[in-house]
Write a protein that binds this ligand. Structure first.
Ligand code: GLN
Length: 316
């Protein structure tokens, strides 16, 4: 039974990897981070990790790439572990309808970011981590090590330095929120920690395994409770509504799963109770979301019937 499922998944992932090949030339890369602008576009990987302990991949599923905004999932989880619901006094839970690095809503909303996945929200989350950890730049990395039960994953220091050297926009956001007393630490320290977490390099396989607790009501297989079930469900709700920035509505429409994207080209999706799937391809659309990775996740959700809006078999 176990092997049959693994075989089916294997075939499905390989078919998807072949199907999306024509899309790999499309889109641009994140040129505002020069170290990312050099990543060749003709790459694709996909991996699935199940709550039952299987992990299947296809394409370049073991190639590490810059996780960028996917790190916001792990940072938010850590901040919720430390701060609990008090975090929500400083970060709202609404889609922004603006690009991930936009400043426009912050003035009107007095320095309270719309959600923890736009950069403003993630910078508040990082500010929390800076107040709680002696080495905030390593907090997210070490959390990822604990989730994976191994320490091979590392920060790509070239990418971290490259982003730090071009972080005027994030610096502006951080200073602006500090002006509203919603960022308490030192802006330079917050930016360093934020750029370090974004520059963590992981493969599709590692990401799918690390995020499994989000598919399992907060329990990480072989590790135990990472978050209470309610907190984990809320992260899924935020992924569905805000995980792909101003394309979140379109992602919910096309895929029907909680997803999170990053400008390194990664897209991670959760099938609650079942699995976590991660696809990667560097070519991005105008919203900063990977074109081929999103198409791959869309195909996966359709082929497996795993939209969260589908009625369960025999359930009606
Ligand atoms: N490090 C990137 C930034 O702050 C992350 C953005 C993203 O992946 N969407 O701009």
């Amino acid at each position: 039974m176990r092997h049959a499922m693994q075989h089916d998944l294997d075939t499905l992932l390989r078919t998807i990897a072949a199907d999306v090949q024509p899309l790999l030339g499309e889109g641009g890369v994140a040129e505002y981070i020069p170290a990312l602008a050099r990543v060749p576009r003709a790459q694709f990987g996909i991996a699935v990790a199940t709550v039952g302990g299987e992990c299947v991949g296809a394409g370049e599923c073991d190639t590490r790439f810059s996780i960028q905004s996917l790190s916001k999932l792990f940072a938010l989880t850590l901040a919720l572990q430390r701060e609990g619901d008090a975090l929500w006094r400083r970060v709202a839970r609404e889609p922004s309808g603006t690009p991930f690095n936009s400043l426009v809503l912050l003035e009107r909303e007095r320095g309270i970011p719309r959600n923890p996945f736009v950069n403003a929200g993630a910078l508040v989350v990082t500010d929390v981590l800076c107040s709680r950890y002696l080495q905030p730049g390593r907090a997210v990395l070490e959390f990822v090590h604990r989730l994976l039960g191994e320490t091979g994953v590392a920060i790509d220091t070239e990418v971290a330095q490259s982003e730090r050297a071009h972080s005027d926009r994030n610096a502006a956001i951080a200073h602006f929120m500090r002006g509203f007393d919603n960022l308490h630490g030192d802006v330079a320290e917050v930016l360093d920690a934020y750029c370090a977490q974004c520059a963590i390099a992981m493969s599709c396989r590692e990401l799918a395994r690390a995020a499994l607790f989000l598919a399992a009501d907060g329990r990480q297989p072989r590790v135990g409770e990472v978050l209470a079930p309610l907190a984990a469900r809320r992260i899924n709700a935020l992924m569905l509504t805000c995980g792909a920035y101003d394309a979140a509505g379109d992602f919910a429409f096309r895929i029907g799963l909680p997803t999170k994207t990053g400008v390194g080209g990664g897209v991670l999706a959760i099938v609650p109770g079942k699995l976590c799937v991660c696809a990667w391809a560097p070519g991005l659309d105008a919203n900063g979301n990977s074109i081929a990775a999103a198409a791959a996740i869309e195909r996966f959700a359709a082929a497996t019937g795993s939209s969260i809006f589908a009625a369960p078999p025999g359930g009606h």
